[in-house]
Design a protein around this ligand. Structure first.
Ligand code: FAD
Ligand code: NAD
Length: 477
């Protein structure tokens, strides 16, 4: 069959896997006229993850933080082909990606191959469960739009079931107990949003059961938000105390059943105690693990055998031990935390690198043409041609001198509920740690300025305003 966009045989085919922070940042800055660009992802949109916790309570509607990849592709100068599919394997010898349509509606072709000259892997990561029994079957994750929608529905289901006629007191307590496992930024932000939802809306609408509502955050380490400064950890913990969110640190979840979480607490005297937390909703936020595609790719490259947390890349984000493959974001190990900030800077860097590589190829070709014209017709304008060659060589040298990737940390921000946020921000070469309501306004304006498009920005503003005026929509759908 004919490809969607005719392939230009004079250009290299650049295949980009994923439509997340890394891949979309690359696409945004890439001069697509230089390559045959093919984007492959099971998700035909970009998702602004920093505001995902707000979607779990309906403060923000999910479509406000999604941007269709096809409109991003259409805005590019050169054509970009998009296939909604999952890359199932990468054959590095044949330089081919196998792709599979896993969506609900499938045609006669569901699997095929896409050849590449250059490949960028930006497939992100999966939710880690550490093989703890019962986690996959019983908990909600918080990574994708579908997860947030599921949580939103489940919160209201728990509330309505707790309000059911003749519900026993112990069952009301279980149903209204929301347990969050993982005290990283995802767990903390979700716990804060959940508490706001109850205080702002549910308490007013269903006052008779509101006092029974509880949020518990379980963390294996001695404190929450381990990547933030000590002062902000303390601030978060004391704010959670005021918000009546109970934090259980040094508590490691060992098993999950459909109605309870079983955990082990390390006590100061070194002994361990087992506790059981009955729950209505369980949200699991214990960080990342490798996707099968990445694990298989790593296993096929001998130089990756010592890497555990993702594809080891060099300072130009080239996958070590592979030819013509780069990696960005959560699936790559470049020595930085798995954050949107890192992924987007890596994507921007690759765009610059590829734009430069295309210019290099163009200049090299030009030098070759000029040199052969010089050899073919000696004497004819030779001084001019030689000058042009020198000029091109100088330009080429400048372009070839591209500096390695360098991450510039702008700071960390997290929402902690009741209109408070914490921020560790780099400011004039120093670090400023702040927490409170002013930081919350800073958090809101920073994220508002970062959302993908003007359309997204207006939608998010509208959602904030709507919730302020009318409260969140608690319909269970
Ligand atoms: P992703 O953005 O996850 O994108 C991966 C893409 O690959 C997706 O499009 C996916 O559909 C696609 N894909 C998956 N499998 C395949 C396959 N087999 N073939 C092809 N494509 C595939 N970071 C911050 O810096 N600040 C924040 O405030 C912040 N808040 C967050 C809040 C939440 C709730 C979460 C979950 C994360 C947050 N992060 C934040 C972290 C940030 O979202 C990630 O670090 C970032 O998304 C990583 O970008 P990525 O491109 O590597 O992966
Ligand atoms: P994380 O890896 O940052 O935190 C997971 C936490 O779960 C850890 O503190 C770990 O000790 C704990 N844990 C693991 N197993 C456990 C168990 N069995 N029982 C109890 N606790 C357990 O994960 P995250 O919060 O999902 O964040 C992932 C990445 O995304 C991080 O790099 C983070 O910085 C980034 N992120 C940033 C923001 C933000 O900046 N606002 C928000 C969300 C995510």
């Amino acid at each position: 069959p004919e490809p969607q966009v005719p392939r230009d045989p004079s250009k290299k085919t650049l295949v980009i896997l994923g439509t997340g922070w890394g891949s979309v940042s690359l696409l945004k800055k890439l001069d697509t006229e230089n390559y045959n660009v093919i984007v492959i992802s099971p998700r035909n949109y970009f998702l602004f993850t920093p505001l995902l916790p707000s979607c779990t309570t309906g403060l923000i509607e999910h479509r406000s933080i999604m941007e269709p990849i096809r409109s991003i592709c259409r805005s590019k100068k050169g054509p970009v082909t998009f296939y909604e599919a999952e890359a199932s394997s990468i054959d590095t010898n044949r330089k081919i990606v196998k792709i599979r349509d896993n969506s609900d509606i499938r045609g006669d072709t569901t699997e095929t191959e896409v050849p590449y000259d250059m490949l960028v892997v930006g497939v992100g990561a999966e939710n880690a469960t550490f093989g703890i029994p019962g986690v996959r079957e019983n908990s909600c994750f918080l990574k994708e739009i579908g997860d947030a929608q599921q949580i939103r529905k489940k919160i209201m289901d728990c509330v309505e079931t707790a309000a059911f006629k003749d519900q026993p007191a112990a069952e009301i307590d279980r149903l209204l107990h929301m347990v969050v496992v993982g005290g990283g930024p995802t767990g903390v932000e979700f716990a804060g949003e959940l508490r706001d939802f109850f205080e702002d809306d549910i308490r007013k609408l269903i006052p008779d059961i509101a006092d029974r509502f509880r949020v518990t955050l379980i963390e294996a380490l001695p404190n929450v938000l381990p990547s933030f400064s000590k002062q902000l950890i303390e601030y978060t913990e004391s704010t959670f105390k005021e918000e009546e969110i109970s934090i259980h640190t040094k508590t490691m979840v060992k098993k999950v059943t459909d109605k309870a979480v079983e955990a082990e607490v390390s006590k100061p005297d070194g002994t361990k105690e087992r506790i059981v937390f009955p729950y209505g909703l369980l949200v699991w936020a214990t960080g990342n693990t490798l996707r099968p595609l990445v694990r298989d790719l790593m296993a096929s490259i001998p130089a990756q055998k010592d890497s555990r947390r993702g594809l080891a890349v060099n300072e130009y984000l080239v996958v070590q031990g592979a030819r013509d493959i780069w990696a960005v974001g959560d699936c790559a190990v470049a020595g930085y935390a798995p954050t949107a900030q890192v992924a987007s800077q890596e994507g921007n860097f690759l765009a610059r690198l590829f734009n430069n590589m295309a210019k290099t190829a163009e200049l090299e070709e030009r030098i070759q043409t000029l040199s052969s014209s010089l050899n073919l017709k000696p004497g004819v304008n030779s001084a001019d041609v030689s000058r042009e060659i020198e000029d091109a060589e100088r330009k080429l040298q400048r372009i070839k001198d591209i500096k390695p990737f360098h991450y510039s940390h702008q700071g960390s921000l997290a929402y902690i509920g009741s209109e408070k946020a914490v921020a560790d921000v780099s400011w004039f070469n120093g670090n400023v740690a702040s927490g409170g309501t002013m930081t919350y306004y800073f958090w809101r304006s920073a994220y508002l300025s970062m959302v993908f498009s003007t359309r997204n920005r207006l939608l998010v503003l509208n959602d904030w305003l709507k919730s302020k005026l009318f409260g969140r929509d608690i319909s269970r759908e």
